[in-house]
Design a protein around this ligand. Structure first.
Ligand SMILES: O=C(O)CCC(=O)C(=O)O
Length: 281
């Protein structure tokens, strides 16, 4: 066994290497999670609806309080324990399942459609509301990060993924592990860990922000131009245009950069897709 990291224990680091996931990691206090949820919901109230597809991804370029989450020192210490000290944040995605909603996430591997040439991408999923099994928390397949699995594109209307992806393997026979979280806790999974989640059967919204981190030597293979935020260390490679923290929420410069970044992401995510589904990502 290796050494303890800055935040993760030697056992947790070993588990991540062997099985491809670790949880729960305490990232935000209950008050910090409640504050972030309140900021999200105040924004949604100003829109008159839940955050939509146009702001669902890379919203750390738009909002100071999302930028603060991706740069949270404790969270970055945990990520550094797994991928080293020079860290880019490629993206963020809101995963919101309304109370009693049939929305689910089909079983998939994150790196399948993202064009990123690294095997060291990690996704941190931060809960801003309880993500119990009844609320449709994520489950993972232990050890699946060592495999490249076949994805079927179903475009099912309740599947929150762009193409309604579903792995073709028999999930039940692979001993899935549920990763329930309370508000403020996070799970971390490897970019190739197979994972999915079921509907929310509770009276509260299930609100998660997933954050993708990767080493600075990563390249984008599906597009000439893509963005990432340098959140720790140095970037000697400059394969991605660095997105700056917003000066203020929805500052015009931030809105303009985010629009270009989100459009570039949409284009590369749909490379080779049968349908261009604008309502999901
Ligand atoms: O929120 C979910 O249930 C799934 C999220 C997910 O697929 C991810 O963060 O990679």
């Amino acid at each position: 066994m290796g050494d303890d990291g800055k935040v993760l224990t030697a056992e947790q680091i070993d588990q991540f290497r062997e099985l491809g996931f670790v949880f729960p990691v305490e990232v935000l206090t209950i008050d910090e999670a409640a504050e972030a949820r309140a900021r999200l919901e105040a924004h949604e109230a100003s829109l008159g609806h839940a955050i939509g597809p146009d702001q669902r991804t890379k919203s750390h370029y738009l909002f100071t309080w999302v930028d603060a989450i991706i740069r949270n020192e404790r969270l970055l210490d945990a990520v550094e324990d797994l991928i080293g000290p020079d860290i880019l944040c490629w993206g963020t995605i809101w995963w919101i399942k309304e109370a009693h909603s049939p929305s689910y996430v089909g079983w998939h591997q994150d790196l399948q459609y993202w064009g990123l040439d690294t095997d060291d991408l990690v996704t941190v999923w931060v809960a801003l509301a309880p993500a119990s099994e009844a609320a449709g928390c994520m489950s993972v397949l232990p050890g699946s990060h060592r495999e490249r699995l076949e994805h079927l594109e179903t475009y099912h209307e309740d599947n929150m993924l762009t193409r309604g992806q579903e792995l073709t393997i028999d999930i039940g026979s692979r001993s899935p592990v549920a990763m329930p979280l309370t508000a403020g806790q996070a799970s971390i999974h490897h970019g190739r860990s197979a994972h999915g989640s079921g509907p929310n059967t509770t009276d509260d919204r299930r609100i998660g922000l997933s954050i993708q981190y990767m080493p600075t030597n990563t390249r984008q293979t599906l597009a000439e131009w893509d963005t990432a935020a340098l959140v720790r260390g140095v970037d000697d490679y400059h394969h991605f245009e660095h997105g700056a923290p917003p000066v203020s929420d929805l500052h015009p410069d931030a809105v303009a950069f985010h629009a270009r970044a989100a459009q570039a992401l949409r284009e590369l995510i749909y490379v080779g897709a049968e349908r261009d589904v604008e309502s999901t990502l």
